[in-house]
Design a protein around this ligand. Structure first.
Ligand code: F6P
Length: 349
């Protein structure tokens, strides 16, 4: 009996809204093109541990609007395991796969790039709420996180106004401040603090002066959004101790807003409060944009499988779905586009 062509799909890194929409798109479009689809569970770990499930039209129906990933996810890299890459090739061959579609952020896509160079037929799809993957305008999950952060900022505005407070919202973004920039712009925030612009003594003083000026102008509240990866640089006068209490196995940064809260109160005497959005911004229903992007990327990926084009990542450039070599994404971080930040900055203070 002739065996059908098979492809595998896995999700790696941190989860994000829109992964299921992409899994559905890859599966249904691949089935239409005559492939069987094997879901690798729990990222690269599942490939090594042989945790798989068959994906079909039934178990990928009704998931386009579901957050998380039906496949499960992990941050395990085969390169951190003895003979890991070799085991990936062995499992890939045993599963009789023709290609592997990998949904990941910078870390997972870098692993994919290295495996491709070793001979694995792999296609990447960029996903992360952080939007910091090089080679694409947007990643799956980003717009949903921006919407959640914007909703949070809108809600904080009314309570800040009532209590005449400075309100700090800490959002995710370890290496780049995309969520902070877009959500802050959409909310009309009074300041947006991002990793791309380290806070030195002069900037902190200027920032605190801006908050004081608002008060003196009779505006007795302020909204500030800060990306978790924002750093303090150089010598800061009377710096309070940071609180680094968080899960040990988490790759999450965090805590910068609490440091800033103390600095603001010390220097301006303005009543200040902190909210940290945390994992809320990574969970739940994807917005329509992420579902569409995931669907377009998924169909593009199976098109690439058909054409035997491997070692690439699906990408959005302008309004075009295209591809870039995985090599161009490997070990890179896409920083915030400063011309967009300048637009938001226009409304600061
Ligand atoms: O996936 C990206 C991200 O959401 C970052 O913004 C955040 O710092 C990190 O993941 C949290 O990782 P973990 O799920 O390992 O705590």
């Amino acid at each position: 009996m002739e065996t059908k062509k098979r492809i595998g799909i896995l999700t790696g890194g941190g989860d994000c809204p829109g992964l299921n929409a992409a899994i559905r798109a890859v599966t249904k479009s691949a089935i239409q093109r005559g492939y069987d689809v094997i879901g690798i569970q729990n990222g690269w770990k599942g490939l090594l541990d042989n945790e798989t499930m068959t994906l079909d039209r039934i178990n990928t129906s009704g998931i386009i609007d579901r957050g998380g990933t039906i496949l499960g996810i992990s941050r395990v890299s085969p390169f951190a395991i003895e003979n890991g890459p070799q085991q990936v090739f062995d499992r890939f061959n045993r599963l009789n796969l023709k290609a592997l579609v990998v949904l990941g952020g910078e870390g997972t896509l870098s692993v994919s790039s290295k495996l491709y160079k070793m001979g694995l037929p792999v296609i990447g799809i960029p996903k992360t709420i952080d939007n910091d993957v090089a080679g694409t305008d947007f990643t799956i999950g980003f717009q949903t996180a921006v919407q959640i952060a914007t909703d949070a900022l809108d809600r904080l505005r009314s309570t800040a106004e009532s209590h005449h407070r400075v309100m700090l919202l800490e959002v995710m973004g370890r290496y780049a401040g995309w969520i902070a920039t877009y959500a802050g712009m959409a909310n009309g925030a009074d300041a947006i603090l991002i990793p791309e612009i380290p806070l030195n003594e002069a900037r902190i003083e200027e920032f605190c002066q801006m908050l004081t000026n608002r008060k003196e102008r009779g505006v007795n509240f302020s909204i500030v959004v800060v990306a978790e990866g924002t750093v303090l640089e150089g010598k800061i006068v009377a710096l309070p101790e940071p609180d680094n209490s968080r899960a040990e196995d988490s790759t999450r940064l965090g805590g910068i807003a609490n440091v800033l809260e103390k600095i603001i109160q010390q220097r301006t005497n303005l009543e200040t409060r902190v909210s940290s959005l945390g994992y809320v911004q990574r969970g739940g229903t994807p917005v329509a944009y992420d579902r569409s992007l995931a669907t377009a990327f998924g169909v593009k990926a199976t098109d690439l499988v058909e054409r035997k084009i491997y070692g690439v990542m699906t990408s959005l450039k302008g309004n075009r779905i295209t591809t870039v070599p995985l090599e161009a994404v490997q070990d890179k971080t896409k920083k915030v586009n400063m011309s967009i930040y300048r637009v938001a900055e226009y409304f600061f203070g």
